[in-house]
Design a protein around this ligand. Structure first.
Ligand code: 4AD
Ligand code: MG
Length: 459
């Protein structure tokens, strides 16, 4: 007898015959003659119905099967006479691997996202979270495919670093000093620390990416980044993944063109390769999602300067919690108003005041604003943050002085402007924010396998 392991989604249509399925029981119901089980192997959203009839030698044991039980089924894949499924497996053998007692938290009923967060180790076994994490996996692959197809080189930037790229001081310290040693010294003596100086988890791979863009041309990093922002919002986590392309011989317009091409590509990829999983979100999470996808793919993104955006916000009749003034760092409510209500589509905001942006952004001719760009999207707010970089050594040094940044630790960064500097630009796209946009999930904690937020590091 030939037994093949099948993917219960993809091969059902074409290979009726003897099949083998390994998975977990979602539900079971019994009649006098049969047990019907909905089995899911995690590979896709759909379950396969398994029919175990009373002639099976371990039928009495099969009757004890509960929701959550793991098993291996061998049987014939046949067209199902019943309603609700095209195919079913008529089992010739059911091997129970492990029963799940009644305390199994995922009994058949709808659980709230809040509750499921408390069992983050089990939530990927639900339809919704299974779908989220399959989409997450596919989209990570899509990112690499997009860049490889375009000749970008993939750079793995260090996660432990001595520099604070964003200058916001929101860093997690990396140290091998023990509390006892620190107490004995009466202070953190970094010269005695592992690296002989302060070290942090990276907030961005950008500075490394710039060095490689000025060597290999177009590059990107895609990896974890860490921020010790003490803000408990639905859009921030302490550990998140950022995609950071960095392009040599590129200006702010090229940067925006690239960002738009990227987002459109990724959304198209999701619609092509995650169709079944996305359908769950379209149906049960946010009915406006298909419309948003359509906008993302088919409409040209807006472009507007920060200064003009402030004028738009001031003219709006909306009562904002944070008052709008030139010079403010836009709040999520402002960003969402611009994308959701005013433009009704994604919009690039450019040329922010220098005082609210990091040292590396290119100074504009007005000496007041820098060549920054954020991409604001409906429902999310900021999805992308980036800029054209200051490639002129004298301007960069002047800006660092103004901002009281010591130049010595950045000697290598300044070198890149000293030797063969070229215009270059890049941005960071928050992977989790992108997944929220795709799925309509409103809390970032629900698109991260095991989220890290202030006061919470379970699992
Ligand atoms: O705007 P940010 O801070 O930009 C940078 O770090 C640049 N160095 C990137 C670059 O130019 N290479 O962060 C980029 C994006 C944001 O737009 C947002 O989507 C996401 O990263 N992000 C977060 N996502 C989740 N949790 C957080 N705490 C985040 N902080 C930023
Ligand atoms: Mg930003």
């Amino acid at each position: 007898m030939k037994r093949t392991k099948i993917n219960i989604l993809t091969r059902l249509e074409t290979t009726p015959g003897q099949v083998l399925v390994k998975g977990w029981v979602r539900t079971k119901r019994d009649s006098k003659e049969f047990s019907f089980m909905e089995v899911n192997d995690g590979s896709c959203l759909n379950n396969i119905q398994v029919l175990a009839n009373k002639d099976l030698e371990n039928y009495s044991q099969i009757q004890t099967i509960t929701t959550g039980t793991s098993l291996v089924v061998v049987g014939d894949l046949v067209a199902s006479p019943g309603k609700g499924q095209k195919w079913e497996i008529q089992a010739s053998n059911v091997e129970i691997l492990s029963l799940a007692p009644e305390s199994y938290p995922l009994q058949k009923k709808r659980h709230s996202d809040e509750f499921l967060r408390t069992i983050a180790h089990l939530r990927p076994r639900t339809n919704k979270f299974g779908a989220i994490f399959r989409i997450r996996s596919e989209m990570a692959f899509a990112i690499h495919k997009f860049y490889r197809d375009r000749g970008f080189k993939y750079l793995t930037a260090p996660l432990i670093t001595g520099s604070d790229c964003e200058g916001a001081g929101e860093m997690f310290r990396v140290t091998s000093l023990t509390p006892t040693e620190v107490q004995k010294q009466g202070k953190m003596d970094f010269t005695r620390d592992f690296f002989g100086q302060e070290a942090n988890l990276t907030v961005s791979g950008q500075l490394s990416a710039e060095m490689f863009a000025l060597s290999l041309g177009d590059v990107y990093t895609f990896g974890p980044t860490f921020r010790a922002e003490n803000s408990n919002t639905s859009r921030h986590v302490a550990e998140f993944w950022m995609l950071e392309p960095e392009m040599a011989f590129c200006d702010l317009n090229g940067n925006m063109d690239h960002g738009e091409e990227l987002v459109k590509y990724l959304v198209n990829h999701a619609m092509e390769f995650c169709e079944e999983d996305l359908s769950l979100f379209f149906q049960f999470v946010d009915k406006s999602l298909p419309g948003l996808m359509d906008t993302l793919v088919n409409q040209e993104f807006g472009r507007l300067s920060y200064t003009d955006a402030i004028a738009v916000l001031k003219k709006s009749k909306k009562a904002f919690e944070f008052p709008v003034e030139y010079g403010i760092d836009l709040q999520s409510e402002h960003e969402r108003y611009l994308a959701e209500d005013y433009f009704k589509k994604p919009v690039f905001l450019t040329d922010y005041p220098k005082d609210i942006k990091p040292f590396y952004m290119r100074m504009n001719a007005d000496e007041k604003t820098v060549a920054a760009v954020d991409l604001l999207v409906p429902r999310i707010g900021e999805l992308i943050g980036g800029s054209q970089r200051e490639e002129r050594l004298d301007h960069l040094e002047k800006r660092m002085e103004e901002m009281n940044l010591p130049k010595e630790p950045y000697w290598w960064y300044l070198d890149s402007r000293r030797y063969g500097s070229v215009p270059h630009a890049g941005f960071g796209l928050g992977f989790e924010r992108f997944l929220m946009m795709l799925t309509g999930i409103t809390n970032i904690r629900d698109v991260v396998p095991f989220p890290r937020t202030p006061g919470s590091i379970d699992f």
